[in-house]
Write a protein that binds this ligand. Structure first.
Ligand code: GDP
Ligand code: IMO
Ligand code: MG
Length: 431
C-alpha cells in the first residue's frame, strides 16, 4: 500500500493542485504539511474553477478526509474566508471531511503587517517578493518558540499570557519600524473572534493519521511551493520560510519517513517563477511572452505576472536528487504547442567553466549562464490529449528527452487545466 507525496520540482505553480485533485480519487486522506495561504492551487472540474490556498485539494471530492498538518502555518481569518468561499461554490466543508492539527502555528495580522512592511521598505536588492501573507514572520515565531498555536484558542485562561510573550518580541520590533505597539487585547479579540468557527476542526492529527494508516487508508501528501523555494535546498535567500522538501511530509504531519512511499515531482514543461531571485533560463523576449500568455502565468494568490523561461533540466535533475523524486507529472505540455523550436537548459557556464548543478552561492547563482540544446517543436496540438497515442511524435521526443536529462520517469502527463485531460503512465500508488 503506497502513500504518495506530491512536491513541486521547480519554483511553485507547476500544477500541483490539478494533479493532487486527480490523484485524490485514488486516495482516502489528503494532507497539507507545510506552507500556508501563500499557496494558490487551481482545480478545474467540469469547467468550474476552484482556487485553494490553505485547504488541501482533496476537499472538493466527497467522501475524502482532508488534513491540515502541524507543519502548516494557519491564518484563522483566512481559513474562515476560504471555507466560506469554497462552500459558496457548492462544496461541503465540515469537521467530517476536514481536520486541522491542534499544534499548527497561527498566522496573525501582525505577521502579515510585518511581512508587508519589510517588503515595502526593503533596501534595493533585498526584496524577496513574498506573497505578503505573513508566512515568514509566522515561521520565525514558531522556530522562536513564541507562536500562538491552534490549541491555545481552546484555553482562553492561558491565551493572554502567550499573547503577552509574543508581543514582548513584536512590540520592540514594531517600535523600531516606526509602528504603533499592539495591545494584547487586540490580538486576543482577533483570534477569539474566529475561535468558534475554527476550533471544531481541531484534532490530534498525528494520531488520526496513524489510525488511518493502520486501517490501510491511502494517504496523499500535498506539498505547496516547490523544492527550489525550500529554505535549505532552494535559491536562498529567495525562498519561502518552510521546508518544501518531500521529507517534510513526515515531519509536517507527524508520521515517520516510512509512511512516504513514492515522491511525485510536479514539473512544468517550461519554467516559471514569481517574486525575486535567480532564474537562469528566464526569457525577456517574445517567447517568454508567448509562454506567459498561452500558459496564463499570473499568480493565483497575488495576481502577479509570473516570470517565464525554457525548461531547466539542470535544476529539475538537482531537485530529483535533493528531494528523492521517484517520478514526475509533466504539466502544461500543451503550452509549447506550435513553437518552431524548443530549448532545454542542459548545463551552466560559470566563469568560463561548464558545471552540471546550481551552486549554493547567491553570487554564483546570479552569474550562471544556461547552455541550451535545441529541439524541433510540433505543429499538431497536444491540448486536451488523454492518451499517449494522441501525442505528436516530436512531443513524445521532448518528453523522453526530459526524462533522460533529469533522471526520472514521467508517471503522469497533463495537457490542459481540466481534471480529465490527464494521461496516466504509471500509477504512483501502485508503484
Ligand atoms: P500549483 O500552485 O502547483 O497548484 O499550480 P497553480 O494552480 O498555481 O498554477 C498552475 C496553473 O496551470 C493553473 O491555472 C492550472 O489550472 C493550470 N494547469 C495545470 N495543468 C495544466 C496543463 O497541463 N495545461 C495547461 N494549459 N494548464 C494547466
Ligand atoms: P504554490 O503552492 C509560487 C514565492 C513568493 C516569493 C517566495 C517567498 O501555488 O506553488 P512567501 O510569501 O512564501 O514568504 O514568499 O516564495 N512563493 C510562491 N511562488 N508558488 C507558490 O505557491 C508560492 N508561495 C510562495 O513569490 O518569491
Ligand atoms: Mg500556485
Amino acid at each position: 500500500m503506497a502513500n504518495v507525496v506530491v512536491v513541486g520540482s521547480q519554483w511553485g505553480d507547476e500544477g500541483k493542485g490539478k494533479i493532487v485533485d486527480w490523484l485524490s480519487e485514488r486516495a482516502d486522506v489528503i494532507v497539507r504539511f507545510q506552507g500556508g495561504h501563500n499557496a494558490g492551487h487551481t482545480l478545474v472540474i467540469d469547467g468550474v474553477s476552484y482556487k485553494l490556498s490553505l485547504l488541501p485539494s482533496g476537499v472538493v471530492r466527497p467522501g475524502k478526509l482532508s488534513v491540515i498538518g502541524n507543519g502548516v502555518v494557519v491564518d484563522p481569518r483566512a481559513f474562515v474566508k476560504e471555507v466560506t468561499k469554497i462552500r459558496e461554490q457548492g462544496i461541503e466543508i465540515s469537521p467530517v471531511n476536514l481536520r486541522i492539527a491542534e499544534n499548527a502555528s497561527l498566522i496573525l495580522s501582525l505577521h502579515q503587517e510585518l511581512d508587508e512592511l519589510r517588503e515595502n521598505n526593503a533596501a534595493a536588492g533585498t526584496k524577496i517578493g513574498t506573497t505578503k501573507r505573513g508566512i515568514g514572520p509566522a515561521y520565525e515565531d514558531k522556530v522562536g518558540r513564541r507562536a500562538i498555536r491552534l490549541m491555545d484558542l481552546a484555553n482562553p485562561a492561558t491565551l493572554m499570557n502567550r499573547i503577552e510573550r509574543l508581543l514582548a518580541h513584536h512590540n520592540p520590533l514594531r517600535r523600531g519600524l516606526g509602528q504603533p505597539e499592539i495591545a494584547p487585547q487586540t490580538i486576543y479579540d482577533e483570534v477569539m473572534g474566529v475561535a468558534d468557527f475554527i476550533l471544531p476542526y481541531m484534532d490530534v492529527s498525528w494520531r488520526l493519521l496513524d489510525e488511518k494508516r493502520r486501517a490501510g487508508a491511502r494517504i496523499l501528501f500535498e506539498g505547496a511551493q516547490g523544492v527550489l523555494l525550500d529554505n535549505d535546498h532552494g535559491t536562498y535567500p529567495y525562498v519561502t520560510s518552510s521546508h518544501t522538501h518531500a521529507g517534510q511530509a513526515a515531519a509536517g504531519s507527524g508520521m515517520g519517513p516510512g509512511a512516504l512511499n513514492y515522491v511525485l515531482g510536479i514539473t512544468k514543461a517550461y519554467t516559471t517563477r514569481v517574486g525575486e531571485g535567480p532564474f537562469p533560463t528566464e526569457l525577456f523576449d517574445e517567447v517568454g511572452d508567448f509562454l506567459g500568455t498561452r500558459g496564463h502565468e499570473f499568480g493565483t494568490v497575488t495576481g502577479r505576472k509570473r516570470r517565464c523561461g525554457w525548461f531547466d533540466a539542470v535544476l529539475v535533475r538537482q531537485t530529483v536528487k535533493t528531494t528523492g523524486i521517484n517520478g514526475i507529472a509533466l504539466t502544461k505540455l500543451d503550452v509549447l504547442d506550435g513553437l518552431d523550436e524548443i530549448k532545454v537548459c542542459v548545463g551552466y557556464e560559470l566563469d568560463g567553466k561548464v558545471i552540471d548543478y546550481l551552486p549554493a552561492s547567491q553570487d554564483a547563482q546570479a552569474k550562471v549562464k544556461p547552455i541550451y540544446e535545441s529541439l524541433e517543436g510540433w505543429k499538431d496540438s497536444t491540448a486536451g490529449a488523454r492518451s499517449w497515442a494522441d501525442l505528436p511524435a516530436q512531443a513524445v521526443k521532448y518528453v523522453r528527452y526530459v526524462e533522460e536529462l533529469i533522471g526520472a520517469p514521467v508517471a503522469m502527463l497533463s495537457t490542459s487545466p481540466d481534471r480529465l485531460d490527464t494521461i496516466l503512465v504509471q500509477d504512483p500508488f501502485e508503484d
